[in-house]
Ligand binder design. Sequence first.
Ligand code: SF4
Ligand code: SF4
Length: 331
Amino acid sequence: MSVSSTPFAVSFTEVATALAEAGFAASACLPPPTALDPSGFDRMLADGVGDLGWLEESRDKRLDPRFLLPTARAMIVAAIPHQHQARCGDLRRARYAAGKDYHHVARRALGRIAASLNARHATPWLHRACVDSAPINERTLARLAGLGWIGRNALLISPNLGSWLLLGVLLTEAPVVPQPGPHGADRCGRCTACESACPTRALMDRRCLTERCISYLTIEHDGVIPADLARLFQGWWFGCDRCQEVCPWNRKAPGPGDGRLAGDERDTDILAVRAADFDVHFAARAIRRLGYQRFRRNLVVACASLGRDLPPADDEGDVVRAQRVELRAGV
Ligand code: SF4
Ligand code: SF4
């Protein structure tokens, strides 16, 4: 049977049930939009994206979700809750990093669901599972699919689930019956709590200024963190959750949808981690992607932002030494 002549549609209920069993607390299905409104993306580029030059290079692809699978008939968007408790000391890391690397957990779950669709319907449909792993804008697509709205903190917020969510998109040739979610209307109202709480004043006019955001500076930025921002970090060394901690829609957030996203590690022993054991210490976690030198740079900054000095270690590289110089110069 050729894919183009497939005579039946797949019920979304079938897919949604499988997603729920895998821990995805919300999902919806749409035909892949041919193009997305570029204004928000272009404004972000115009504000500056620092070391994320690949965002600009992939602009056109990101604005056409079908780029990743031109024969796609359906776009399934799903959200899986991650750990929503801090579970760390005053040296803080983003909650999503408490557990196993979500890229693997969520993407593999979507891949298994795609494979089971093919098996049940005995059809070799092609699929593409994306979890922060391809040039596609999961957040915008989740809003279009009716999973929630984009808040003033520039994150997707579900009225039922809050924003402690990881988003995934499954583009598929399977002819899944469209079923949008019920949400999408902006429900921030007059609240501006996230803007006020942001340590570096990165939020303004309903957007996040990439180059001021601690998440970008600690995870994506390669070089030295400017001292004027570094001193505002409030102890964050991997990502930042401040604009979600204060969001009233997170008061009733559910627990992790998959036990592997809960995380057993409290990350209170991180100052003792050295280059030789970094990979093992953070095995299978998103933090490992940092690499030791940026990890150490971040610790130097986080400690300094709490008024503490982190004594030098003999395995520190150029970026860490340069960060120490930057902090001393910025005092
Ligand atoms: S992640 Fe932190 S630094 Fe970035 S916008 Fe939110 S509160 Fe501000
Ligand atoms: S803190 Fe308030 S303004 Fe910010 S995203 Fe949440 S509801 Fe919206």
